[in-house]
Design a protein around this ligand. Sequence first.
Ligand code: ADP
Ligand code: ZN
Ligand code: ZN
Length: 813
Amino acid sequence: MGYAEVSVNSPIAQRRAFSYAIPSGLSIDVGQAVWVPFGNKLLQGIVLELTQYPSVEETREIAGVIEPHPVLSLAQVSLAYWISQYYLSPLFDAVALMLAPGFERKVVTFISSRSTPNDFDTSSLTLEQRHALELVQRQGKVSLKKLEKTLGIRQARLVTSQLIHQGLVVRSYELERVKIKPKKVAYLRLKVEASQAQQEAFRLRKKGAGKQSALLDFLAQQSKPVPLAEARQKAKCDKAIVDALVQKSLVELQRIEVRREPISYRGITPSSPLTLTSAQESALQSIKSSLLEVVKGYTPPSVFLLHGVTGSGKTEIYLQALAEAVRLGKRGIVLVPEIALTPQTIERFASRFPNKVAVLHSKLSLGEQFDEWQRIRNGEFDVVIGSRSAIFAPQPELGLIVIDEEHEWTYKQHDKSPRYQARDVAIKLAELAGAVVILGSATPDVETFYHAQRGDYRLLQLPERVVPTEASPLPQVEVVDLRDELKAGNRSLFSRSLSQVIAKAVTGGEQVILFLNRRGAATFVQCRRCGFVLRCRRCEVALTHHFVEDVLVCHQCNYKMSVPQICPRCLSRRIKFLGVGTQKLEQEASYAFPQARLLRWDSDVTKRRYSHEEILGKFRAHQADILIGTQMVAKGLDLPLVTLVGVISADTGLNLPDFRAGERTFQLLSQVAGRAGRGILGGQVIIQTYSPEHYAIQAAAKHDYALFYDREIAYRRQLHNPPFTRLACLVYSHTNDTLCQREAERMKRLLIEEIEARGIVDLSLIGPAPAFIHRLRGRFRWQIILRGSEPSAFLSQIPIPQGWTVDIDPVGL
Ligand code: ADP
Ligand code: ZN
Ligand code: ZN
């Protein structure tokens, strides 16, 4: 008899798989979905391994298969194990990442009647038992849920198990029905012969019903039913006209099942590969030869870092590398940040691979995701494009993975288990499946660049824009020192230079983007005279002001100090809390530039589907002069009429309580500086700051990645931060702050004991401290950071108490 190690869909299962016996006659493969008994329930499970011997003495049998074919590939099975172990997530959470949308369904328990023996005396039953039995017998089969509703949960469970025991009823399990319904679209068709319709149309026109007549005429010319929306558009009529014809029994509406298609290839013209520049050519050659070697099985696959400013032709390389993979019989996955998954991006891929591109992202309806997923699994697409979770798409013959804007933080899932980093998962998957990886960025993550420097990844560089001369030189960047503004008596959010150029641009019919570099709501304290920022002595991060206690707190180590009255550096009294929101900015802009039309773009305005597009569309159509927003506006910079981008305050980003604050600021400012002024009007960028000498600001203004990297990596080394160490962030949350802190202190002691008991020397503990977002949905949060060479391996051996979440390689502390 054979055995299977099964990952079971139960919260109790945690990071383990369970041994089950395979009943004779049942053929089971690795990756297959099965039903298994677990406690007194029947649950879904995925077979991860087949073994000769079980890992426990007593095993139960697999109850049945859910689907005849494996739902996970061998590489995905290994990947699930790795994710669960490395990110310390329950095994089934990792497995579930790779299952079809809607796979996880509940089991419904049914109770059905059996033929009662003739001599059975029902008077031996209790009143409740008899009542339940009658209910079941009347309908033959009743769900346990329904019995629970009628009899109460406890009664129902008690009575049914008594009846089962007596052999009067049996229990059975069925899958809850799939909630995804096929998509149906309304179609319009004639109910009469075409010739008759034309006569009617003629008659209607004479009676003055021109619109009805036109619609009827249109339909008479069609050979098959037409989608209602299309018919209305073509005949330029509204629903009332359609209803009128339906009333007259001339036409009828039908609902026809259609496939959901996230991409409409209508209107997309196929594109051909461009002739590459020599820099592009040499980069592509390296990738091509790696692909060939991998396909032939000569070498393990490489990870490439493609470093090139925006407009240097990275996307063209992705497209040609994908084409090469396809030529070699392979397929690809392309990851882009969620916010970049716009119709324009999709169109670039769709036009090069017509009808061969699948799209996966979280804004698709469950049904759309489900349809795409099934078709991907059937091998219908050369390229799958999507946000981070698309890395788990069931793409067969995977040969190439592209991660565009690899430095983006959205590749890390931080809000639910498994807290995985899609970039690292991709590299692991590539290793398991034998695929080449291209990481592309204008401002690579410091850790990625470090690996490229060490030779772990292969560095490919595109130093220049494809069209560097006339149309799109890198824009000129001016850094404005806000301390000078204050000296000159200017207290507004706009420096004198910025005000002037805004006014000039708006009067000249050009457009302006005002960018507020801001995340969360941290308030730090800065001297407006000399720019000095109060920082933690131990961690170097900016201290955050807590209003209630009126103290400054380090969000890494909980160091506290009172708010100083004068600047410790220049003794000025102008020491202030800084932090401005988009609403405040909009208000000030409306006073300062009363003639300008303003448009605000932030997360408040963009919670709805596609509204990014709506806002951008509005701005592109020149329905506003000034666009105000946070991080998002950096994506909207590719607009021909925009000649000026103003960064209101670069300091907010620099002073977040996070060792990556400098990196984040550099990335954002570079994106702004690199994308502004792509139209023929040219462009200008103004960065306002109290710290004009900061290397992140200097480097961004000069478009100089190396300048930034050299300084940053030196700091990282000096302060023992990644990539020289790895971090794990443990968070505890509770409605009571004191209790929360106490639990965090207790956990700290436990961790220290464990570290000492194991004699581990290269693991240190920072905190506990209030988390950056100290209070979230009514719960307080405290965090402990573990720093060392392998915090994950250490934590995997510690029983983590209830209520704690663990984030390995966190981004945004
Ligand atoms: P990136 O992805 O680095 O921002 P793109 O691939 O989008 O760069 O290229 C920027 C622009 O240059 C695009 O309009 C693209 O069509 C064009 N382009 C890219 N490579 C070439 C080439 N070899 N010859 C002509 N135009 C090119
Ligand atoms: Zn000062
Ligand atoms: Zn500190």
